[in-house]
Design a binder for this molecule. Structure first.
Ligand code: ADP
Length: 309
């Protein structure tokens, strides 16, 4: 063997899913999630996030393409692939007759973790449920159940933890606790993948963000690069006559004709200001009738990226 770099945490190649009935949920996606990161998979509802996660979890069969988890192909090496990943599902599903401790022990049994290597109490402590170890699951609050799901996903000590919309309907305090635990796991070396449609959450937590829309990956960048895209400002200028060729200027990042008399000019906050942009329009011989400026944030970047198509 040469000293190859270790396989990425997750490697998805040409993955396509067509559900029965013909819905194309994933359209030939490629995605590489490096080891050691907190990776955010973002996208509007129906984008294909859960389909992706469920294929990795072995809960949904792909139509074509391939996926590797920690280097293990999900078809050729399903057992190792499955052992390498812990999934916190979106839906809360428990057998209400088991206590949290029993729930974790059962799960450990399912993964074949020997008695001596089980760490149910440690996991309960980590998610602040040690005092509920022997309570019936049905007596737990929604937030407690979600924490228990996280512990359950970790019983076999997988190197990758996937959280599917983990904070949907979860209050702020619990969210903070959950993220503190996720960060701690990440510090210990666990690669984290989370799907969310809360942009702020992704911005705060994730090293890298992939955005998926209509079954396609439309961007996959380090979070700070994505945030840099929010440096783009947009000014819409209405001029006094029809324009055939929009003016050009070094202060413009991009210029488009939204209609015959409206120029939509994008510029970088770091390189130009609105005054320079407007002066450039005037210098081209046009008179300005109206101006609208907008200051995009990450939400806008997201909306811009997901609005097309
Ligand atoms: P997300 O998790 O991003 O909200 P999903 O992966 O759940 O998106 O869904 C992607 C698309 O596939 C949606 O249009 C959804 O309606 C469709 N879909 C999901 N599950 C099924 C299913 N079991 N049968 C048919 N269509 C499905």
């Amino acid at each position: 063997m040469t000293d190859n770099a270790p396989a990425p945490a997750i490697e998805i190649a040409n993955l396509t899913k067509v559900y029965k009935g013909g819905k194309l949920a994933l359209d030939n996606i490629n995605l590489t999630i490096p080891r050691g990161q907190i990776y955010g998979l973002l996208g509007p509802n129906g984008a294909g996030k859960s389909t992706t996660i469920n294929i990795l979890a072995g809960l949904v069969n792909k139509t074509s393409g391939s996926a590797r988890i920690w280097g293990f192909d999900i078809d050729q090496n399903p057992r190792n692939a499955k052992n390498s990943i812990g999934i916190v599902p979106q839906e809360i599903v428990f057998d209400p007759f088991f206590t949290p401790f029993e729930t974790l022990e059962n799960q450990a049994g399912y993964y074949g973790v020997p008695q001596g290597r089980r760490r149910s109490m440690d996991l309960l402590r980590a998610v602040h449920l040690e005092d509920k170890a022997n309570a019936y699951a049905r007596t737990l609050s929604g937030g407690m159940k979600r924490r228990l799901l996280v512990a359950k996903a970790m019983v076999h000590s997988p190197p990758i933890l996937v959280l599917d919309e983990p904070t949907a309907g979860v209050d702020v305090q619990l969210r903070q606790q959950l993220w503190a635990y996720v960060r701690e796991l990440n510090r210990q070396g666990v690669t984290i993948v989370l799907t969310t449609h809360y942009l702020e959450e992704a911005e705060e937590l994730c090293d890298r963000i992939g955005i998926i829309n209509h079954g396609k990956v439309i961007t996959d960048k380090p979070t700070r690069e994505l945030i840099a895209m929010a440096q783009e400002k947009v000014v819409q200028v209405t001029v006094d006559r029809d324009v055939v060729t929009p003016p050009a200027d070094p202060s413009f990042e991009k210029v488009e004709l939204s209609d015959a008399r409206t120029l939509t000019i994008t510029y970088m906050k770091s390189r130009a200001n609105a005054g320079q942009v407007l002066n450039a329009v005037l210098a081209s011989g046009l008179s300005i009738v109206d101006v609208v400026t907008r200051d995009p944030d990450l939400e806008d970047v997201f909306l811009n990226l997901t609005a097309a198509a």
